[in-house]
Design a protein around this ligand. Sequence first.
Ligand code: NAP
Length: 246
Amino acid sequence: MRFEGKVVVITGGNRGIGLGITKRFLSEGAKVAVIGTRPESVDPVISDLSNTDNEIRGYALNVADREKVEETFKKIAEDFGTIDVLVNNAGITRDTLLMRMKEDDWDAVIDINLKGAFNCLKAVTRPMMKARKGRIINISSVVGLTGNAGQANYSASKAGLFGLTKSAAKELAARNITVNAIAPGYIATEMTDAVSDEARDAFLRNIPLARPGQADEVAAAIAFLASDDAAYITGQTVNVDGGLVM
Ligand SMILES: NC(=O)c1ccc[n+]([C@@H]2O[C@H](COP(=O)([O-])OP(=O)(O)OC[C@H]3O[C@@H](n4cnc5c(N)ncnc54)[C@H](OP(=O)(O)O)[C@@H]3O)[C@@H](O)[C@H]2O)c1
C-alpha cells in the first residue's frame, strides 16, 4: 500500500494504459481522479471501480482546453483536499503520411498530447509547490525518440514531452517535485488495435521480448516513479518497450 492516502490524477485513466494505471494506484491505496473526454466514457468505469475500499471520481473534459483544465483541477483539489501525483496519459493519434497530413491532423495531436500535458502540469504546479512535494509523470512514446513514418504529428508531440519533462524537472526540483517520462513501446490497447497488421508485424519482429506489452506493465513503472523509492530520480525517461529501443 505505497500510496495510502495519496491523491493521484490520471488523464485518460478510463481505458487502455490509463485504466491499468488507475487500477494499479487504487490497488496500492491511492485515491484516484480519472479524467476522460465524456461522461459516457468515464462514468461507467467509475461505477465499476467504486467500492468501500476505493475512492475514485471521474471528470470529463478536453485536456487541450486550458480554462476547463484549471477549473477541473481546482475542483479535484477541493474534492480530495490535495493532489500528490499527476499522470499525463491522455493522448490521440491521427496517423497519415506527411504528404496527406492536414493542418487539423497536426493541430489536434499537438493540442491534446503536448499542450494538454502542459495545461495539466501547470494546473498542479502551484498546489505542489505550496506543498513542497509532488510527482509528475508524462506518458510519451518510443516514437518520440525514434520518429515513425506516418506519425510525424504524434512523434513530434511525444518528443516535445521529453523537453517539457526535463525543463519542468529542472524548474521544480527545488520544491521537491520530480518530473519523469515513460516511453511505452507497443502496448495492447484500443490505440494499437487500430494499427495495420503489417505495421503490427513490423513492430513485433523488432521487439526482443517478442510480444506486445500490457497496460499493467506500464503502470508498474509509473507506480515506481511515483513512489518514495524514486525520490532521487527526476528528468528521466523509462522505456517500457520489451527492448524495442535500446
Ligand atoms: N498503446 C500503445 O502502444 C502506446 C505506446 C506508446 C505510447 N502510448 C501513449 O499512452 C497513452 C495511452 O494510450 P492508450 O493506448 O491507452 O490510448 P487509448 O486506449 O486510445 O486511450 C486514450 C485515453 O486518452 C483519453 N483522451 C483522449 N483525448 C483526450 C482529451 N482531449 N482530453 C482528455 N482525455 C483524452 C481517452 O478518453 P476517452 O475514453 O474519453 O476518449 C482515453 O482514456 C497515450 O498518451 C499514448 O500516446 C501508447
